[in-house]
Design a protein around this ligand. Structure first.
Ligand SMILES: C[S@@+](CC[C@H](N)C(=O)[O-])C[C@H]1O[C@@H](n2cnc3c(N)ncnc32)[C@H](O)[C@@H]1O
Length: 302
């Protein structure tokens, strides 16, 4: 006999089972049904992730129970990423507004942002930063928290994405330090020089797009696809970055599962692949000096 969920813990367990049975894809803020269920229930109860544990034995009020059930059904029926249903995402410990105008924040670069990219750069010297391909503005804003003295440009080609980035800049009270800019990569940033450039550009190969789980089809294709091999955006960034970095500056870029293709395309390039806590190595770092040294190689690939 199935017992109806009563407590917060019951609802999390029930949602987890429903998600697992429905064989949803988890990759937009969580990577398993339990975490997804806990996020959904916590958000429906207006609890931050770190507050949930203290409320596991509470009994949600009937309207809250209805809201949880409706969200679970919507997640299963629509296959929309949970972040879009909740209009929220968590990145580097911070909460962001999101909707279908931007991808759901999930860049592994978050780990390095909260560590201030140590030991690769002296945080005290970071004054100007660029988040290229900013989407929701999550990396630009997380960088502004990590480097309180820095001014950050948050660039994207999509006006729709920049509208979301502006909401987040406003919500975090960072209008003085984070500037959303419409730019096709570096095109509108001609005169700008930075100590640090971070980027999570589109990097999915065209053929791979059709193979992505249903959840990805709710995200803007412009944010995912980047030419036949997934390297169009990053190749342009590698060629143009040295002109926008100060002498001690660094570029940190995420390229997901295009990492192997990128390394194979530039076999001699001295990419430093940064290890994340999960063991993934899809974020690389290059110094301004390295980018300058390999400028001819990177430019020839365009
Ligand atoms: C993978 S998403 C990253 C968003 C955000 N940085 C994050 O990590 O959640 C890539 C972003 O690049 C933007 N984009 C695509 N082509 C671009 C271009 N040529 N110039 C600037 N931005 C571009 C898309 O609009 C999208 O917001």
């Amino acid at each position: 006999m199935t017992v109806a969920p009563r407590t917060v813990a019951d609802f999390i367990g029930w949602a987890e089972r429903r998600f697992a049975e429905a064989e949803l894809y988890f990759g937009h803020g969580t990577d398993n049904p339990l975490d997804e269920a806990a996020w959904l229930v916590g958000s429906a109860l207006k609890l931050a992730p770190h507050e949930l544990e203290d409320h596991l034995d509470d009994t949600p009020a009937p309207p809250q129970q209805d809201a949880i059930r409706a969200l679970v059904e919507a997640r299963i029926r629509s296959r929309r990423p949970l972040a879009y249903l909740l209009k929220e995402a968590w990145f580097a410990g911070l909460k962001f507004y999101v909707d279908e105008r931007v991808i759901v924040p999930r860049s592994l670069t978050a780990e390095f942002i909260v560590e201030q990219f140590q030991p690769w750069i002296d945080p005290a010297r970071v004054r100007r930063m660029l988040d290229l391909c900013t989407g929701s503005g999550c990396m630009a804003i997380a960088c502004a928290y990590a480097f309180p003295e820095a001014r950050v440009d948050a660039a994207d080609i999509s006006d729709a994405a920049l509208q979301v980035a502006r909401i987040n800049v406003e919500n975090h009270g960072l209008r003085e330090r984070v500037r959303p800019v419409r730019s096709d990569l570096f095109d509108a940033l001609r005169e700008e020089r930075y100590d640090l450039i971070v980027t999570n550009p589109p990097y999915v190969a065209r053929v791979e797009m059709a193979t992505l789980p249903e959840e990805y089809r709710h995200e803007p294709a412009l944010a995912l696809e980047s030419g036949t091999r997934g390297l169009d955006a990053i190749a342009r960034i590698l060629a143009q970055a040295p002109a926008h970095l100060n002498p001690d500056g660094i570029l940190v870029a995420e390229v997901g599962n295009s990492a192997e293709t990128l390394q194979a395309t530039f076999p001699a390039a001295p990419f430093t692949w940064l290890s994340t806590s999960s063991g993934d190595e899809c974020v690389f770092l290059l110094t301004a000096e390295q980018l300058q040294r390999y400028h001819a190689t990177f430019s020839s690939a365009r």
